[in-house]
Each structure stands twice: as C-alpha cells, then as structure tokens.
Design a protein around this ligand. Structure first.
Ligand code: FES
Ligand code: FES
Length: 158
C-alpha cells in the first residue's frame, strides 16, 4: 500500500505492507534505528515518536495510518552541530545508562515541553509514566526535563 508522510521534515513515500506498524517501517524500511522496540505492545514507551505534535507509540499504529502526517523521531530532535538543550540536560543529570529507553524519553519530553514549557515535576512524571527505564531510576530523568524547560520557554523548537 502506498504511503506518504513527512519524516523529520522531509517527505518520504513507499509501498508498505498494510499490517506493518510504524516502528518497523521507521527501522526496517527507512533505516532510522533510533526508535527502539521493547515490548511491541504499547507498554514500555521505547518506541515513542511524535506524530502531528503528539507523543505516539509507534508499535501501536500502522505505518499506513501515518499517511499525510508529520512524524518526528529522535533523530529529528538532534542537530549536527551540538547537543540540544534536552540532550544536554540528560547528559548533565546522568539521565541515561544503557540508553535503550532514551529515544522514547526524549520524544515524550520534547512533545510535552513543546506544548507545556512550564510543566511541573508532577506533570512531567505523569507524561513520562508510560516510559519504562530499567537503569537509571526516574529521578535524574525528571531533573533533566525540569532543567530543559527554560530552553522551551525561549524558543519554539529547541
Ligand atoms: S515497543 Fe512500543 S510501547 Fe514498547
Ligand atoms: S537507560 Fe537503560 S533502560 Fe533507561
């Protein structure tokens, strides 16, 4: 089935199996392996990407459902030049260890702070409550997101 969508700002299109979920499409067809797959049934949050501004589990939607949408993966949050404020805050607070959950943490936090740059710790905890981390514990992750808020208040898209 033909599908077209914007991926990290660039148009992509291809023939995709109607049953293929978006995460497999991103990783296997489009070779963007920053989106991780843990549980593949909507529990761990590792596969979170941003679809039309909302954090979405890419293992729970079909690639064909992305038709006409704007999809942003963790690769789309980076720049070649420097770490983004969110990445810098994760590094500073040691908010990752193995890094498996990190793409989902970053995309979820980015979607949240883009909409709610003044989100408090409770709101951040709630937004990230569907993202599981087995390594660092959640305190440093919350601290990193709290610190990154300042950058989202200053610019539209850090
Ligand atoms: S792989 Fe999608 S939620 Fe776990
Ligand atoms: S850093 Fe290893 S699962 Fe979160």
């Amino acid at each position: 089935m033909r599908v077209m969508f914007l991926l990290n700002g660039n148009p992509v299109e291809g023939d995709i199996e109607p049953r293929m979920h978006l995460a497999d499409c991103l990783r296997d067809e489009l070779r963007l392996t920053g989106t991780h797959l843990g549980c593949e049934h909507g529990v761990c949050g590792a596969c979170t990407v941003i679809v039309d501004g909302a954090a979405v589990r890419s293992c729970l939607i079909l690639a064909v459902q992305a038709e006409g949408s704007s999809v942003v993966t963790v690769e789309g949050l980076s720049t070649e030049e420097a770490l983004t404020p969110l990445q810098t805050a994760f590094r500073k607070h040691h908010a990752l260890q193995c890094g498996f959950c990190t793409p989902g943490m970053l995309t979820t936090a980015h979607a949240l702070l883009t909409d709610e740059p003044d989100a408090d710790a409770d709101r951040i905890r709630s937004a990230l409550s569907g993202n599981l981390c087995r390594c660092t514990g959640y305190v440093p992750i919350i601290e990193a997101v709290l610190e990154a808020r300042a950058a989202y208040r200053k610019t539209e898209k850090p």
